[in-house]
Design a protein around this ligand. Sequence first.
Ligand SMILES: Nc1ncnc2c1ncn2[C@@H]1O[C@H](COP(=O)(O)OP(=O)(O)OP(=O)(O)O)[C@@H](O)[C@H]1O
Ligand SMILES: [Mg+2]
Length: 357
Amino acid sequence: MSYVRLMDVTKRFGVVTAVKALNVAIGKGECFSMLGPSGCGKTTTLRMIAGFEDLDAGEIHVGDRLMSSRRQNYYLPPEKRDFGMVFQAFAVWPHLSVYENVAFPLRIRKLPAAEIAKRTHEALRSTNLLHAAQSSPEDLSGGGKQRVALARALAINPDVMLLDEPLSSLDPHLREEMRFEIKELQKQYGFSIIYVTHDQSEAMALSDRILVMRLGVAQQVDSPLNIYTKPANKFVFSFIGLSNFLEVLADAEAARTPDGLALPIGILPPRDMCADRRTFSLASRPSEIDFCAEDGVRGVVLRKSFLGEIVDYQIRVGEQLVRVQKGRRAPGPDTGEACGLRFLAPHWYGPEEEPES
Ligand SMILES: Nc1ncnc2c1ncn2[C@@H]1O[C@H](COP(=O)(O)OP(=O)(O)OP(=O)(O)O)[C@@H](O)[C@H]1O
Ligand SMILES: [Mg+2]
């Protein structure tokens, strides 16, 4: 059942529409990510949910509580929303001990002293910070500081946790470790997570569902698997994972590249797409192309690079380049050799859906 609901939410800054008529429903206990390139409106959306930004149109509900409504001119201030929040910058207070950093929001809420002590202790224990309780956060590493921010957010027992690129200032190894910790905490506490990132592997690893945004507009909301294997459009395809786009001219009978290389029978766009256009993009993942003998798309190996576990090939097909990646044990052609390519999971898009780089 949906818990956090955004209905037709729109936000403008002058002439820029940062978020456009966004509709999203997030379940209780769900981990939901917002993913997209810089400036696509992720932080603005999160800030509207948190209550730091007003709405230009639409409504936000959490459970049976109204948070913001343009129509009703209603706006619940952030401190009354009771969400946990962690942002990219290490927002810890250096003049307070780790313990006091975590206890602070509880003191503001004027909870009884025993309750403050209990919750602070519990949040520090969950984030492995008990040993550092009396230290200054300044003495902790980047990961440690982010743990303090996480503990502080946990202490208020939120049912929604808003996280805006909380791991992006950490080194890759630590980032991976903290991903697991966040998931563990979620399991333990049962809160919903709304997670902002422009790192697709982070979104994939953490999320039950992902919203992909572009220029303030939702492109697709789906499971990580569906986002990867069934991208709704060319932009989503290009944003998630490595991608090839081969330009193809085709009708319902035959296909060729614009420079005249005929493609094997069977490589055709879906019939219904051929009604009103002749130009297509054949999208593929480098890992979803096989080498084959005579019956594939003809190409020549321009470059073959050994990357450790995988070998990366750049194949010239007519005047275009196609990237292929194979495990290092798989046989493959050498530089300069001719080869055939078989597209294992081709996706066809119209040329009008230009991906943003
Ligand atoms: N306070 C503001 N005043 C004016 N324009 C703003 C403001 N905040 C955001 N914008 C604009 O709104 C758009 C969306 O910005 P937002 O910060 O939400 O993007 P983002 O997806 O979080 O990007 P990033 O990945 O870089 O953090 C951008 O065009 C940005 O310049
Ligand atoms: Mg942002």
